[in-house]
Design a protein around this ligand. Structure first.
Ligand SMILES: [Zn+2]
Length: 243
């Protein structure tokens, strides 16, 4: 094999590894190792957690989640195409003090997308959210929690912190009960926790079960002395609590 061919093959493999190696953060042990580069929990001395909801806004479910949350602030990782279709919901959520973060433009896995498509989707989603919410998203969590190299490098350049979670409740699945969702979330509810739930998509009836779990989750957090805050509040320096 010619040297030039070998160099080309090795270079190609390197590009592939660079593009797809970040997908490994989907797995919890890798996620813990990646924590310096991906926000999975906040290291805060304050008794706070962040409730985060992925995949909306759905025109039926999102208003029901907003009603159920009441004055409790949450962070919604919403999809660009849905944000463009339901700007009034995004505006209402932001006006209530919720944080709108970015979950990409559609829900295709980044593992299947090349650099150009990834970049275009990320920029379009970021711009759509900034336009509808009146504030650019500060956090990005990819669909399925799976990264590629382009999103890994582009997200911070677009002003969005790479974000995953430290506890999820499998709430998008068909065979998960409301009680299981409550238990899973509360098991992971320690100071600084980023808790992942879904306000749309999933198996039939899944968002309804998550919605039904919400009052018990909020009660359980209160019983544990934990205050739900937005992600920006969660990672804010401690001076905020003193000020
Ligand atoms: Zn998702």
């Amino acid at each position: 094999m010619r040297v030039r061919t070998r160099v080309a093959i090795i270079g190609g493999l390197g590009v592939c590894a660079g593009q797809f190696a970040p997908a490994a953060t989907f797995f919890p042990p890798v996620r813990r190792l990646a924590e310096p580069w991906v926000l999975c929990r906040a290291h805060t001395g304050r008794p706070e957690v962040a409730l985060t909801f992925d995949d909306g806004p759905d025109p039926d479910m999102a208003p029901r989640f907003l009603d159920m949350l009441g004055r409790t602030p949450a962070t919604f990782f919403w999809l660009g195409w849905r944000v463009r279709a339901h700007r009034e919901i995004v505006r209402a959520a932001a006006a209530k003090g919720h944080e709108i973060a970015c979950h990409g433009d559609d829900h295709r896995s980044l593992a299947r997308l090349g650099p150009r498509t990834t970049r275009a989707g990320l920029e379009r989603a970021r711009d759509s959210i900034a336009d509808a919410a009146g504030r650019a998203p500060a956090f990005y969590r990819p669909a399925y929690g799976v990264w590629n190299g382009t999103a890994w490098t582009m997200a911070p350049r677009l002003g969005m912190q790479r974000t995953l979670w430290c506890k999820w409740a499998w709430d998008w699945r068909a065979n998960i009960t409301t009680a299981h969702i409550v238990d899973s979330v509360l098991q992971g509810a320690t100071p600084g926790a980023i808790l992942l739930l879904h306000d749309a998509e999933g198996a039939p009836g899944a968002p309804e079960r998550t919605l039904a779990a919400l009052p018990e989750i909020l009660d359980g957090l209160r019983d544990r002395g934990l205050r739900p805050v937005t992600l920006s509040q969660l990672i804010a320096p401690s001076a905020r609590a003193i000020a």
